[in-house]
Design a protein around this ligand. Structure first.
Ligand SMILES: [Cu+2]
Length: 203
């Protein structure tokens, strides 16, 4: 609805209604009576719009302007003509579908520079963070910030891959992402640098 409260929209609709009124007036040449009504209605609408603009300019303090003083300051309160604009009115009040981006939650695990040589395991910095706690449905993105290729393969250096996930080779500067749906603790390691071990705990 917020889009519909934009006064510019109403102005456009107002102009299009004036156009509709004008074309009806042209048709009304055949039926003079109706044509006059249309022109009269058109003038009424112009007057009301002008009145609204006057109220708006005066911050709705003038007499008779109270009805416009509402959030959005739109032409909403101006009674609409009931010419042939019923279809337009329907589209005007129709709710716009709200496009919501799907909720994506992601966590990043960095593979830091130098982890291709033993030593990072001494400070537990082969994967940062080495132990990650997430909720089910979270996507974990491994970012290889090292100059060597690495992996993030579920399992342990002693037991081998367990098949839960396997990044394959993550080239330098590349990423691998995996969405964790199953709960549990997932230990993973780097196949080519077995001192690199990390865990993801899904709750
Ligand atoms: Cu590695």
């Amino acid at each position: 609805m917020s889009e519909m409260q934009d006064p510019h929209n109403y102005r456009k609709v107002g102009y299009s209604m004036i156009l509709v009124a004008a074309s009806l007036a042209a048709i009304g040449i055949v039926q003079l009576g109706i044509g006059e009504d249309v022109l009269f209605g058109d003038q009424m609408q112009r007057d009301k719009t002008a009145f609204f603009e006057m109220c708006k300019a005066g911050n709705y303090m003038q007499e008779g302007c109270e009805m416009f003083d509402k959030p959005g300051n739109t032409l909403y309160e101006i009674p609409r003509m009931t010419l042939d604009d019923t279809e337009e009115s329907e589209t005007m009040v129709m709710e716009q579908p709200v496009m919501e981006a799907p909720q994506v939650s992601a966590e990043i695990v960095s593979i830091p520079e130098g982890s291709g040589a033993p030593g990072c395991e001494e400070t537990n910095e082969c994967y940062i963070p080495p132990a990650l706690n997430i909720s089910s449905g979270t996507t974990v993105v491994w970012e290889n910030n090292d100059s060597a290729a690495h992996l993030a393969t579920s399992g342990t250096p002693d037991g081998g891959p367990d098949g839960s996930f396997d990044s394959g080779m993550i080239m330098a500067g590349a990423t691998y992402e995996f969405e964790f749906l199953d709960k549990g603790e997932f230990v993973y390691y780097c196949l080519v640098h077995p001192w690199m071990v990390g865990t993801v705990t899904v709750e």
